[in-house]
Design a protein. Structure first.
Length: 391
């Protein structure tokens, strides 16, 4: 595993007190467990699922304060394992408890193998208006090595079904730098993605955590990841291909058609506020960061008993808020506005971090212009090292 490649984000962002809230709904169930996955998830338990959905609606209900909400995101796990009626119940709970804007962006993550055309139509009728499909690769050998339950053909069928149902805002997830993946194969998957013309795409470098089952299997079977230079080339080449197809890179790992950036995820990177529901979900609001208990059964039990589900709950210091806002803001291609930071945090970040930024600029990793700082693509390749400076 290289330490020099962009990771998949996951920053919690900070609070601004401005703008509408986002709501994140965690669905921890999966049909199978992928050998690289480090998310909070487990195998689908059909008996637990209805109790979990009831717990979600109860948690949403008791957290509701009528605040304006302009994005809802069902993430996981595999949210497409919920029945349409279950998704609709959670959405109803959100609308009852909050002032959900009529044009709110409402995303559901879907795995190709659990995409059923009739269900997609019903999901759109229930209010889902953005679908994020976890494709990961268009090569069946790579998908098998990852332990994914779908084939490339199944992913194409799922995309077609989502479009035919009338979804005008579709995102595809692709992973780069897979075990035994060549640069040509990586480019082939990016081209296959572009050929489908999604509205948005997330292009993540595969990160294998220390004890990932896939790491051991890859070592046993000789599926090595390409050297770091090739990994960097895969990332830059993927972005060249999405550039050429008219996508705009707006974050280290995300590209979109004009106006199709993820409104929800921008809250994490633009100093926004959100509430998370479900096991392990994070919230950040009014300078307070909160995390729910991670374990699904404990979460459900706590809600059923009317007990708190919060595991950690603490007020961020001014320094933490500033550091987090810099860390997440610099993930954006447009970077950060120094004047806006000074007005919000009362800190002259230009004076504090100027020498570091000039060092990064001399290396070709950052650009300082018009009162803004931003990473170059070469800087995005070493973003883990650069962003550490600010937290
Ligand atoms: S489907 Fe997604 S959340 Fe579930 S195990 Fe695979 S990578 Fe993890």
């Amino acid at each position: 595993m290289s330490g020099v490649l962009p990771d998949n984000g996951g920053g919690d962002g900070t609070t601004s007190g401005a703008g509408a809230l986002g709501l994140y709904v965690h669905v921890p169930f999966c049909a199978a467990i992928c050998g690289y996955c480090n998310f909070n998830r487990g195998l689908l338990d059909e008996d637990l699922k209805p109790r979990y959905v009831a717990a979600l609606t109860r948690e949403i209900d008791r957290s509701g304060d009528g605040s304006r909400v302009d994005s809802i995101f069902f993430g996981g796990g595999t949210p497409s394992l919920l029945a349409v009626g279950e998704v609709a119940r959670v959405l109803d709970a959100c609308r009852d408890a909050f002032d959900v804007a009529p044009d709110a962006e409402i995303t559901l993550e879907m795995n190709p193998e659990s995409c059923r055309p009739a269900a997609v139509t019903a999901l759109l009728e229930a209010g889902i208006n953005r679908i994020s499909l976890g494709v990961q690769s268009f090569d069946d050998g790579e998908l098998a090595r990852l332990g994914r339950a779908h084939t490339a053909a199944r992913a194409r069928d799922a995309f077609a079904a989502v479009r035919e149902a009338g979804c005008g805002n579709v995102s595809l997830d692709l992973m780069l730098w897979l075990p035994a993946q060549s640069r040509a194969a990586c480019a082939g998957s990016v081209d296959a993605l572009v050929a489908l013309a999604p509205d948005h795409a997330s292009l993540y470098m595969l990160e294998l955590y220390p004890n990932a089952p896939l790491r051991e299997e890859a070592a046993r079977r000789g599926w090595s990841q390409a050297p770091d230079e090739d990994a960097a080339a895969m990332y830059l080449d993927a972005l060249s291909r999405t550039d050429a197809a008219g996508y705009h890179q707006y974050e280290i790992s995300n590209v979109a058609r004009p106006g199709r950036q993820s409104r929800h995820n921008l809250k994490y990177w633009q100093d926004g506020e959100w509430l998370g529901f479900g096991c392990g979900a994070h919230s950040t609001r009014d300078g307070i960061r909160r995390q729910n208990v991670s374990e699904t059964v404990r979460y459900v039990g706590a809600v059923e008993q009317g007990a708190p589900v919060t595991e950690t709950d603490r007020r961020l210091s001014a320094e933490e808020r500033l550091g987090d806002a810099l860390f997440t803001g610099l993930r954006l291609a447009e970077g950060i506005d120094l004047g806006a930071f000074e007005r919000r945090y009362g800190v002259d970040v230009g004076a504090r971090y100027g020498p570091d930024v000039r060092r990064f600029a001399a290396a070709g990793w950052m650009i300082e212009a018009a009162g803004r700082w931003r990473l170059t693509r070469a800087g995005m390749l070493v973003s883990n090292e650069i962003l550490r400076t600010f937290v």
